[in-house]
Design a protein around this ligand. Structure first.
Ligand SMILES: NC(=O)c1ccc[n+]([C@@H]2O[C@H](COP(=O)([O-])OP(=O)(O)OC[C@H]3O[C@@H](n4cnc5c(N)ncnc54)[C@H](O)[C@@H]3O)[C@@H](O)[C@H]2O)c1
Length: 275
C-alpha cells in the first residue's frame, strides 16, 4: 500500500486487488440520482446541508416557512422549494414521500424559566422539532425500504445530550429527537437505512446571532464577550462552528464510508461534553 495515501482494500487479506479511495473527492457526485429533503433549508445549517447535498449530486427539496428564502436556495442549487409551516401536520404529510435522504434540521429556540414558559411555545417547539421529524420518517421510510437505501440525518445539538437552564422546550425536544433517531436506526437497519444525529455546539447562524445580540443588550457587554464568556464558557475550543462544518458531518453520514454508522450522535462540540 503506498505510503501516505488512504486506501480501503476490499476482500480478504491480499487476495483482492480491488482498491477504492477511502475519502471521496469533494467533487465526487456520489449522491447522483438520490433525492434529499432538508427542513429549515432556507437559512444557517439547513441551507449549508442543502448546498452540500446538491454539490454531491442529489436533487434537494428545500423546506422552510420562509418562502422567499427557500425559493432563493432552491434556485441556487436547482432544487425544489416547499414553503410550509412544519407545525402544520397536514402540510408535513403533503411533502414528497419519494425521498432517499431526510435531514431533519428546522428548529427554533425560546428561553424562559419553566414556571414562565409559554405553553404554546413549548408545544410549537415540540411540533416542529419532534413531531415533524417523526411524520417525515413515517412518510419517507417506506420509499427508502423499497430501494433498500436511505439516510436520515437529524440535526440535534449538544442540547440533545446535555441540559442548559431556561431551555426546557428545546432541550426536551432535542433529547426526544435523539431517541427517535435511535429507534429509526434499529428499524431501518434491515432495510439499508441509517439514522444518526449530528450534535453541534454553538454554530454561527441567524438563530445564534439573535441570541448573542439579546445577551449583549441584556448584560451591557460587547457581542464578542457574550460569545467567549457566556456561549463558549463550557467549550474547550473557543470558537463558533461554521454551518459548513455541520453540513460536512451530515454529508459524511450520507456517504459511501458511513454505511456502518447508525444510531449514533456525531458530536461537534469543541470539547463541551468531554467534561
Ligand atoms: N446555531 C446553533 O448554534 C445550533 C447549535 C446546535 C444545533 N442547532 C440546530 O440546528 C438547526 C438549524 O438551526 P440554525 O442555527 O441553522 O437556525 P436558523 O434560524 O438559521 O435556521 C432555522 C430554519 O428553520 C426554519 N423554521 C423554523 N421554524 C419553522 C417552521 N415552523 N416550519 C418551517 N421552517 C421553520 C427557519 O425559517 C429557518 O430557516 C436547529 O434544529 C437548531 O436547533 C443549532
Amino acid at each position: 500500500m503506498p505510503t501516505g495515501s488512504l486506501f480501503l482494500r476490499y476482500g480478504h487479506g491480499n487476495q483482492c486487488d480491488h482498491r477504492r479511495p477511502l475519502a471521496h473527492s469533494p467533487d465526487d457526485p456520489f449522491l447522483a440520482g438520490r433525492v434529499a429533503l432538508v427542513t429549515g433549508a432556507a437559512s444557517g445549517i439547513g441551507r449549508a446541508c442543502a448546498l452540500a447535498l446538491a454539490a454531491a449530486g442529489a436533487h434537494v427539496h428545500v423546506v422552510d416557512i420562509a418562502v422567499d428564502a427557500a425559493e432563493a436556495v432552491a434556485e441556487e442549487i436547482g432544487g425544489t422549494a416547499h414553503g410550509i409551516d412544519l407545525a402544520d401536520p397536514d402540510a408535513v404529510d403533503a411533502l414528497p414521500a419519494r425521498v432517499d435522504i431526510v435531514v431533519n434540521n428546522a428548529g427554533l429556540q425560546h428561553v424562559a424559566p419553566i414556571q414562565e414558559f409559554p405553553l404554546e411555545r413549548f408545544t410549537l417547539i415540540h411540533k416542529v422539532m419532534v413531531e415533524a421529524p417523526f411524520r417525515l420518517m413515517r412518510r419517507t421510510m417506506p420509499h427508502m425500504y423499497a430501494r433498500n437505501w436511505g439516510r436520515i440525518v437529524n440535526i440535534s445539538s449538544v442540547h440533545g445530550l446535555r441540559a442548559s437552564a431556561f431551555k426546557s422546550a428545546y432541550v426536551s425536544a432535542k433529547h426526544a429527537l435523539e431517541g427517535l433517531s435511535k429507534v429509526a436506526a434499529l428499524e431501518g437497519a434491515p432495510h439499508g437505512v441509517t439514522s444518526n444525529c449530528v450534535c453541534p455546539g454553538y454554530v454561527r447562524t441567524p438563530l445564534i446571532e439573535g441570541q448573542i445580540a439579546a445577551q449583549a443588550a441584556a448584560h451591557g457587554i460587547p457581542a464578542d464577550d457574550v460569545v467567549h464568556d457566556i456561549l463558549l464558557e463550557r467549550t474547550a475550543i473557543k470558537r463558533l462552528i461554521e454551518p459548513e462544518e455541520v453540513a460536512a458531518a451530515a454529508l459524511y453520514l450520507c456517504g459511501p464510508h458511513a454505511r456502518h454508522v447508525t444510531g449514533t450522535s456525531f458530536v461537534l462540540d469543541g470539547g463541551w461534553t468531554a467534561r
